[in-house]
Design a protein around this ligand. Structure first.
Ligand SMILES: Cc1ncc(COP(=O)(O)O)c(C=O)c1O
Length: 391
């Protein structure tokens, strides 16, 4: 029997990270001591209080039972409390929140609830790949909004023509931004809301990195409005819980209602004992502060090394990435290869892998992304190697 993938699946190239993983694995197979700043999955242990909470919850919830798709009452209650404390926003747990399997599930599936074939979804470029992929599987058309340095990596709504704006159903935003490490201003969020309301576009703000910041605290879009708006967040980055798969959507109750209806057809929700761990995680800010401090140390170690070899200044405001400009005369791939070569053996993702070429411009070209995931000791070792680079 011939097995054929559907048109969307078969049209996809491999995930950009597969390529980075392959390059890294080849070097490792040769016995090279590689330091991997490629993929943003920290190996920081999940804090003990969270691990203990899961152990306890497995016994408390002796009969597993299917989870309630919306989320456990305790988890929803804690999301409400945390959102109030962190952003000053009041949410109704019954109607304005839905739990999710981390943010990726929500990001990928979201368009299935709202997009009809041929509808446009506005996607930041560079951007987290499921914005585009989820749109494609929903048979929508992704239209890219370039994030350029000259616009502080914020999309320029003037560049969206009125025909595209009329066909658009969803706009994705993501601040603090992966990969550019930039932050949105209050004024920008307000402009985005106005643009989306004028064009009847659902505005979704992926706030997966809201707690990963260096100086200024990021805002949530929900501080500026609720109608037609949803924010997605997750415990993955905030609490080193990438493996747990727990997050949530919050915002306009009409959108949340449709999302819950969709999700009831897809999965049966996050395991309740995992939601219990997430509930405990949300009650504690100390571990988050410790992690932020570690990221800041790693950021500063690398920035100092980049500075010492004369690379352009690229100071991240949030996330755990550095969106480093490459030196003159190099493309993203060339500079990444230079860092991989010889005894340097550092993996960083070429910016051009993380973005699409639009109108002859690839906005990721000229950058490499460092994910600050290796330990402080390994980051210091990486800094020593960077200082040995001859550019
Ligand atoms: C911008 C962005 N959103 C969402 C996610 C997904 O995170 P999770 O599904 O673990 O919550 C990531 C992960 O790297 C990300 O970079």
């Amino acid at each position: 029997m011939m097995i054929t993938e559907n048109k969307v699946l078969s049209s996809l190239e491999s995930y950009a990270f597969d390529e980075v993983d392959r390059m890294r694995d080849e070097l490792k197979a040769k016995g090279v001591d590689v330091i991997d700043f490629g993929v943003g999955d920290p190996d920081t242990p999940t804090p003990e209080i969270i691990r203990n909470a899961v152990k306890k919850a497995i016994d408390t919830r002796k009969s597993a039972g299917y989870p309630r798709n919306a989320g456990t009452p305790e988890f929803l209650h804690e999301v409400v409390a945390w959102t109030k404390k962190r952003f000053g926003v009041t949410l109704d747990p019954a109607t304005q929140i839905a739990s999710s399997l981390g943010s990726k599930e929500a990001v990928f599936n979201f368009p299935l609830a709202f997009v009809n074939p041929g509808d446009v979804v506005l996607v930041p470029n560079p951007g987290y790949p499921p914005y585009e992929r989820g749109t494609q599987f929903a048979r929508g058309i992704p239209v890219f909004m370039n994030l350029l340095e000259e616009n502080n990596y914020l999309p320029d709504f003037e560049k969206i023509d009125s025909d595209t704006a009329k066909k658009a159903k969803i706009m994705w935003l993501n601040y603090p931004n992966n990969p550019t490490a930039s932050m949105a201003t209050e004024e920008f969020f307000k402009r985005a809301i106005t643009f989306c309301r004028e064009n009847e576009i659902i505005l979704v703000s992926d706030e997966a990195y809201s707690e990963m910041y260096f100086d200024e605290k990021p805002h949530s879009i929900l501080e500026y409005g609720m109608e037609g708006i949803v924010a997605i967040n997750s415990l993955s980055k905030r609490s080193a819980m990438t493996g747990y798969r727990v997050g949530w959507l919050a915002g306009d109750e009409k959108i949340i209602k449709a999302y819950k209806k969709l999700k009831g057809n897809i999965d049966s929700g996050t395991a309740t004992f995992i939601q219990d761990a997430a509930t405990e995680a949300l009650k504690d800010e100390d571990h988050v502060e410790i992690m932020r401090n570690e990221y800041q140390q790693k950021r500063d170690i690398l920035l100092e090394a980049f500075d010492s070899i004369g690379l352009p200044k690229s100071v991240p405001a949030g996330t755990f990435y550095i969106w480093q400009k490459v030196p003159a005369g190099y493309t993203s791939v060339e500079f990444s290869k230079k860092m991989l070569a010889g005894d340097i053996a550092l993996v960083a993702t070429p910016g051009s892998f993380l973005s699409e070429e639009v109108d002859g411009v690839n906005p990721g070209e000229g950058f490499v992304r460092f994910a600050l995931v290796p330990s402080i000791e390994r980051t210091k070792e990486a800094a020593r190697r960077i200082k040995a680079l001859k550019i």
